[in-house]
Design a protein around this ligand. Structure first.
Ligand code: CMC
Length: 429
């Protein structure tokens, strides 16, 4: 028999259905609460609120588990490539060899940008942040590709999805080239997704370039690890914006903006800045840990803590291992990596972090790998966005295909402003 929760408000007692998913917490369904009681719920930051049902990604924060479509992240990271993972997230199943080849071919078809779009890059100041460039130019796809704007038309959906997967790396790399004053390097479609991106980032017309296979593998892995994470801030943004039935390009552009913040994807850049600051200051790690613990100091350990993980983030565990291997293989000394490991050790033995279950998250070590690869700091969050793209797309599609139809997202509020007041004319104020 299905479980219910009883709720009494004044004399009114109602039963709330308790839903059970395939895994995870029980969920009280409050959909009819307002109609039955005129009450709404309040949950600042949505810490306790399920905004939707979803079949895409399962996260168990207590146990440190992450699975895409049922497949453990550790296995996907070891055995898949990024485009295969993208297919899995978007279509729900691992592709057959033919399906994967077809998917890759369709992505390859769309890697070029409309030539007119180059003028957009030219108008940006040299020091523009690449995340601002990425969100602007992805938003501009809705101007240049008006033939695929209808979000409910399956053909338009498909075309917009291929275009985004294909063009985001080109946009990201063009933004970087513009910022350093080098000519744009056009995509080469005989290369893999990750090879192509590194080629567009680092090749110059005057020299031959071949991406280091270790870096290609590392990039592939990082993109997979970032590809989805349930109803996080940027994914919820894509769903929120998309729920108004706006086109996919605009919804993804909004997601990129949400990702940029330092509490979300921007933490990878902020984390390297923090580690460099600690290193350059020559200050003791203890000083920064003390600052992070001080309730009167806004400083936080970047790359530490997570809304959902109350255990080691499984992605951070994988990234730390790769970091170690890459540094050894390339015989690179990284004082920053040594510092990060020391910082982790100090924090994880401190009662403040233990009591609050604060562990390194995906952003703690990823920046160190990007640095080894020669990716500039400001591009770190852009790479997070490239990785998260299939997840955003999968959620946007899932919302559109919801069996009961899609509803615009429209939270309510607890109003605490003035009650009705008498208007005072300007002359009397
Ligand atoms: N350093 C020091 N204290 C922290 C940290 C931190 N990094 N994170 C959380 N706390 C403390 C916080 O001060 C609070 O203490 P108290 O209970 O005494 O007030 C307690 O831990 C709970 O924190 P919260 O802010 O209520 O937790 P949240 O779930 O709202 O925030 C978070 C999660 C990720 C925003 C936060 O842990 C944080 O700011 N971390 C640093 C930024 C970061 O690394 N972000 C990347 C997240 S993972 C990738 C992604 O999602 O994009």
């Amino acid at each position: 028999m299905s479980e219910t929760a009883k709720l009494r408000i004044g004399d009114n007692e109602i039963d709330l259905p308790v839903l059970v998913g395939t895994e995870g917490n029980r969920v009280m369904d409050i959909t009819k609460l307002y109609a039955q009681t005129s009450c709404i719920t309040l949950d600042e930051g949505y810490a306790n609120t399920g905004s939707t049902t979803s079949q895409i990604t399962y996260v168990d924060g207590e146990k440190g588990i992450l699975r895409y479509r049922g497949y453990p992240i550790e296995e996907l990271a070891e055995r898949c490539d990024f485009t295969e993972t993208a297919y899995l997230l978007i279509h729900g199943e691992l592709p057959s060899a033919d399906e994967l080849e077809d998917f890759r071919r369709n992505v390859r078809l769309h890697t070029l940008l409309h030539e007119g779009m180059k003028t957009i890059f030219a108008g940006f100041p040299r020091d523009a942040h690449p995340m601002a460039i990425l969100s602007s130019v992805v938003g501009a796809l809705a101007i240049y590709y008006e033939d695929a704007l209808r979000p409910n038309d399956p053909d338009h959906q498909e075309l917009a999805i291929y275009r985004l997967l294909a063009k985001m790396p080109t946009i990201a790399a063009f933004g970087y080239k513009q910022s350093i004053g080098q000519p744009f390097i056009y995509p080469e479609n005989h290369l893999t997704y990750c090879q192509n991106f590194l080629q567009m980032m680092f090749a110059v017309p005057s020299d031959r370039y071949e991406a280091d296979p270790d870096f290609v593998d590392a990039l592939n892995l990082l993109l997979i690890l970032h590809a989805d994470h349930g109803q996080n801030c940027s994914t919820s943004t894509v769903r929120m914006v998309g729920s108004s039935t706006v086109n996919l390009y605009s919804a993804i552009s909004a997601g990129i903006c949400a990702l940029w913040g330092a509490l979300h994807g921007g933490a990878n850049e902020a984390c390297i800045n923090m580690l460099e600051k600690i290193n350059n200051d020559g200050a003791s790690i203890g000083k920064f840990v003390d600052r992070a613990k001080d309730p009167n100091d806004p400083f936080r350990l970047m790359g530490f803590g997570h809304r959902v993980y109350k255990n080691y983030d499984p992605r951070a565990k994988i990234i730390k291992g790769v970091c170690d291997r890459l540094l050894k293989k390339h015989s690179v000394a990284s004082p920053i990596f040594d510092l990060a490991r020391e910082l982790e050790e100090v924090a994880l033995s401190d009662p403040y972090f233990i009591d609050r279950k604060l562990y390194p998250n995906v952003d703690f070590y990823s920046g160190i790998i990007y640095r080894i690869m020669g990716i500039p700091k400001q591009m770190f969050t852009v790479l997070f966005a490239l990785g998260r793209l299939p997840g955003w797309i999968a959620h946007w599609r899932e919302m559109h295909d919801a069996p009961g139809g899609m509803r615009i997202h429209r939270p309510r509020q607890l109003y605490t402003g003035s009650s009705q007041r008498k208007f005072v004319p300007l002359i009397k104020r």
